[in-house]
Design a protein around this ligand. Structure first.
Ligand code: SME
Length: 155
């Protein structure tokens, strides 16, 4: 299947076109991880961590990129910080973020947005880059918008 993100089409719109609600969640997330990988510039890792029922641990979900940590407590890392605080986190230099979990030593910046439904954290979307300060506040807004769309897929 040809990736359908077109010049001038917002990534959020591309995401909504890619979603097929008749499919299992994992199938949608798998394709969306690639859409996110391709949709933002200089991405080295793009994917999902999904929250457990208790809402205290994130587990690795579909992604594109090098092998990654499989379990992240809400108390750890940029992903945990985003889940705990229920807000997106933009990190220009991961080496200065206390508690950052280095899944890959080449990662320099990161953007994480929580997936929320009825104020409950269902997971996070994580984007990594080998470039410093790769992601912008505008990217954070776009990722938050995408997280809202993706939240609708969860039961
Ligand atoms: N760096 C993340 C962990 C996940 S990997 O980047 C894929 C963190 O600090 O939460």
């Amino acid at each position: 299947m040809e990736f359908s993100h077109k010049e001038g089409q917002t990534l959020a719109l591309t995401v909504s076109y890619l979603i097929d609600e008749s499919l299992p969640l994992v199938s949608n997330l798998a394709n969306l991880s690639r859409a996110l990988f391709d949709g933002f510039k200089n991405v080295s890792w793009a994917g999902f961590y999904l929250a457990n029922e208790e809402g205290n641990t994130l587990y690795l979900g579909p992604y594109q990129g090098p092998l990654a940590c499989t379990v992240i407590p809400f108390s750890k890392g940029v992903c945990g910080y985003s889940a705990t605080n229920k807000r997106s986190v933009l990190v220009d230099n991961v080496h200065t973020f206390e508690g950052h979990i280095a899944c890959s030593s080449s990662t320099n910046s990161e953007l994480v947005a929580p997936i929320l439904k009825n104020d409950k954290v269902l997971g996070v979307i994580d984007l990594d880059s080998n470039e410093l300060s790769n992601f912008t506040k505008e990217d954070a807004k776009i990722l938050e918008e995408i997280a809202l769309i993706i939240a609708k897929l969860f039961p």
